[in-house]
Every structure is written in C-alpha cells, then in structure tokens.
Design a protein around this ligand. Structure first.
Ligand code: CDT
Length: 308
C-alpha cells in the first residue's frame, strides 16, 4: 500500500472586498487543521486567493491586474508556504498568475513538503466569453482575462506518487484526463468555481450541475484508473452563488468522500495509490488496448462537423 492522506480544502465564499491577507489566514487555518488530522497533501480551490473575479466586467488594465499575483510565493502568500514547510505538508493552490512579460493565466501550483514549488499548470479549457454580454445575469469573462495555458498537462513524481493537475472546466473534457492518464497519473487534483443556476442550490440537493460535475469526475477517474480530488469555492459571493461539491473519487470511479457544507471545510481521505494498479493493468491497460490509428480526429479536428 502507498497511502497518502489527502485533504480537500473547500473554501466558503470570498467577497470582493475581502483582503487577500485575510483569505490567506483562512487557508493557513485549513492547512493547520489538515496537518493536525494527519494529511500530507492539501488541495485548495481554483483562484483560491480572491472572489471569482471573472464574473465582473472590467475595462481598465489596472483594475484587472489588481486580482493577479506577479510572483509566487508573493508577500501575501508567503505565510502559507512557511507554515506548510514547518508542518511538512504539500499543497496545491489556484491563483491568477501575471508573468514578468505581462501574460495572464489561470494557474495552479504544486508545492512539496519542503515548501518548494515542484509543478505548475495553466488552465487550458477557458469557459465563457471575451466581451461584455448584456443578456447575462452575470458575466463569465475567463476568455477576456486569461490566455489558454501553454504548459500542456504535465505530471510530477512527488509526495510518493505521480501527481497531475487541471482546473475546473478542464474536468469536463475527456482529453484532459486521457493526456494525464497516458503519463500514468495516480492522483489528479483540481480546484473549481462553478456557478449555481440560482441561490437555491445547496449541499442538500443534487442539481443537474452537481450531477455533471460528479459524472465528469467519476468518468475521468475510472477511465484512467486514478484518484481524483475536486475542490470547490462554494457559497454566495456578493450575491452570486457557487455550487460547492468538493469530493474525492477513487480509481474505480466511486465517490469516497464529499463535503457537507458551502463553507470552509476539510474533506479527508486515505488514498492508496497502489489501488490504481488494477485498472491500469486490466481494462485500462492502454498499451494493450488503445487503437491510436483510429483516434486521429481527436487532434486534427477541433469542432464537430457532420458528414457531407
Ligand atoms: N471556473 C470554471 O471553469 N467554471 C466553469 C463554469 C462553466 S459555465 C460558464 C465550469 O466548468 O464549472
């Protein structure tokens, strides 16, 4: 058995006016509780340091850049790195990345138990739109504020396993999972901000959005024989609801742990990375069963086209 206790650290809402230092204090509190409860890896949400700002239309560059981190660790996030190193615990963290060249990405980093950044992923599937849409109740401007990621879907040997990351909307695309699966990934971590249709959505009742979230996570994990940890930013941010639904899925595609609230909450599970072996050596033994000669359209064509 190669068991790693993973803590999915769901965030409750972060209001637009909440200072980033306060958010980091919340993340440190979750990290400390996770360490107390024996976790070796903590997974934080997408854009974990701020409200989900792509819902707000901004024209001024300075207004946009205010949401971004020009360095990592930054002075604001340094306490999280320091505490993680003291506690000997790894973490992944989503944030808005501003590069030295002025490029903007929706990014996650993976930090090992020594507090070193060992991996970086930049979100590839950006949902939403570029221009202000007057017909929408709220905006979803990821395509305005971020470039599509340029790092592919790497995996890293760290924390005793083969680890991969993706972010939110990426989980809905089987291509994400298969590229990670083809690198023998054993644990995929991702953060998400998924809006609710309305504020009636709650942890009590599964809605269609929660169903699609679970379906995507369970299918991705099963079809690639990997653990998968999805961590929400949840609850109502300045009147806009995020659905929640933090969960951990085993390599059989079963949900083994799930959040019960829309607040800051830890969901822990002992993930035995050796449990990936059965699926990877049998039904999803890619080397024996895949037929790449028939998969050309996957990379040669982007949009669907009916036959002539
Ligand atoms: N953050 C993010 O990627 N959210 C999307 C919302 C899709 S609806 C525009 C998601 O896939 O959950």
């Amino acid at each position: 058995m190669r068991t790693i206790r993973v803590a999915a650290a769901q965030s409750g809402p972060i209001q637009k006016a909440e200072p980033r230092d306060d958010v980091v204090r919340r993340l440190v509190a979750l990290l400390e509780e996770a360490a107390r409860r024996g976790a070796r890896l903590v997974v934080f949400p997408e854009l974990a340091l701020t409200t989900f700002f792509p819902r707000w239309y901004m024209e001024e560059e300075t207004d946009v850049l205010a949401w971004f981190e020009p360095s990592m660790p930054s002075p604001t996030t340094r306490p999280l790195f320091d505490r993680a190193r003291e506690l000997g615990i790894g973490f992944s963290l989503g944030y808005a990345e501003l590069t030295p060249e002025g490029r903007r990405f929706n990014t996650s980093i993976l930090v090992d138990e020594r507090g070193e950044i060992v991996g970086k992923y930049r979100k590839i599937h950006l949902p939403g739109h570029v221009a202000y849409d007057p017909d929408r109740a709220f905006q979803h401007l990821e395509k305005r504020y971020f470039e599509p990621g340029d790092l592919g879907f790497p995996v890293w040997r760290t924390l005793g396993g083969i680890m991969g990351m993706c972010i939110c909307n990426d989980r809905r695309w089987p291509e994400t999972w298969r590229v990670l699966g083809l690198q023998s990934v054993e644990l995929v971590m991702l953060g998400f901000n998924t809006p609710s249709v309305n504020s009636q959505d709650s942890a009590e009742g599964p809605t269609q959005r929660l169903f699609h979230h679970r379906l995507s996570m369970q299918a991705g994990a099963y079809q690639n024989a990997t653990w998968a940890v999805a961590v929400a930013k949840a609850g109502v941010e300045d009147g806009h609801a995020l659905m929640g639904g933090t969960l951990i899925v085993d390599p059989n595609g079963e949900i083994v742990a799930e959040s019960a609230t829309l607040e800051d909450e830890l969901v822990l599970y002992d993930c035995d990375l050796d449990a990936c072996r059965f699926g990877k050596q049998t039904i999803f033994d890619f080397a024996r069963h895949r037929r790449t000669e028939h998969y050309g359209l996957i990379t040669s064509r982007t949009g669907a086209r009916p036959p002539d």
